[in-house]
Design a binder for this molecule. Structure first.
Ligand SMILES: Nc1ncnc2c1ncn2[C@@H]1O[C@H](COP(=O)(O)OP(=O)(O)O)[C@@H](O)[C@H]1O
Ligand SMILES: [Mg+2]
Length: 276
């Protein structure tokens, strides 16, 4: 094994964060590996229950779609997972050893939870390559000083991410010149540079052309497996095109869960979500 790989193995994220190992673990079902475990979660804003006894379990490698009407609590749920919002009660675990409620935002990000916001936030004045280079896992800000020594392994990572997001032929293009869809893919690429285990993606196809939507669907499907992907999306056709398991949120808790067909035929879902 190459020395670098050995070092990296020794720095597995859950081990790095071993000091955060909890005292009392939840009684997890270990028959399959759950990457995200949310139980009895509650948060109120000025007395309004935005998250209400929410339970959600996402398996390793899943591509889970979360749908639900405006105000259902989807963004709030992501805010809690990423440490931006503190819940009033409940549990949120990443894997079986990391209690996310004990960690702050940078710690959660470093542990391997990547979040893609709705608006792309790429550096428009930099090239596609430079955007990816800047996002590389590792100590931030040091890369410029050591640019000459950007090692083969890092270059390999960049080119494999470029291939994944389909921007190999735009390496030298300024990010500001990319189409809206390409910017979104670049931002997903920037997240991938951090080698996240769990990717949270909020409304990835808003504002995209039909063709861009199709490519985004393919990208997200490709990422699942190696990563666990949780997608919040309003566009039903898009969800149908990528969905395996769908969770419907309503008033801060899970209203229904299953295949797209199952949830679309669920009477409760039709009543509250589809307005029937
Ligand atoms: N920081 C906040 N302060 C007060 N109310 C909030 C805050 N964040 C969300 N809410 C409220 O919580 C509810 C859920 O919002 P949100 O999670 O954004 O829903 P969704 O993303 O499903 O549309 C909404 O009624 C929203 O107004
Ligand atoms: Mg939202």
């Amino acid at each position: 094994m190459r020395a670098l790989e050995r070092v990296r193995d020794g720095m597995r994220r859950d081990q790095v964060f071993g000091f955060m190992m909890p005292r009392g673990r939840p009684t997890l079902d270990t028959s399959h590996s759950i990457v995200l475990y949310i139980e009895q979660l509650n948060v109120s804003f000025d007395g309004f229950k935005a998250i209400n006894d929410l339970n959600l379990y996402v398996d390793a490698g899943e591509l889970r779609c979360i749908i639900g009407p405006n105000g259902a609590g989807k963004t709030t749920m992501m805010d809690i997972i990423t440490g931006k919002t503190r819940p009033d009660s409940g549990q949120v675990w990443f894997g079986q050893s990391m209690d996310l409620l004990e960690m702050d935002e940078p710690q959660i990000a470093n542990a391997g939870v990547g979040r893609k916001f709705q608006r792309p936030t790429v550096f428009e004045a930099l090239t596609v390559f430079e955007n990816l280079e800047l996002s590389m896992a590792g100590p931030r800000g040091t890369w410029r000083a050591f640019r000459a020594s950007l090692i083969d392994e890092q270059l390999d990572t960049i080119s494999s991410v470029l291939k994944t997001i389909g921007l190999e032929s735009s390496t030298k293009q300024l990010a500001g010149q990319l189409s809206h869809g390409q910017k979104q893919w670049l931002e997903i690429g920037m997240l991938l540079m951090q080698k996240p285990k769990l990717l949270l993606v909020d409304e990835p196809v808003a504002g995209m052309t039909h063709q861009e939507m199709e490519r985004t669907g393919e990208l997200l499907k490709k990422l699942a497996g190696e990563h666990t992907v949780v997608v919040v999306e309003h566009d039903m056709d898009f969800v149908r095109s990528i969905a395996n398991k769908v969770t419907v949120l309503h008033q801060g808790s899970v209203l229904a869960e299953g295949t797209m067909d199952q949830v679309q035929n669920n009477a409760e879902v039709r009543r509250v979500y589809l307005g029937e």
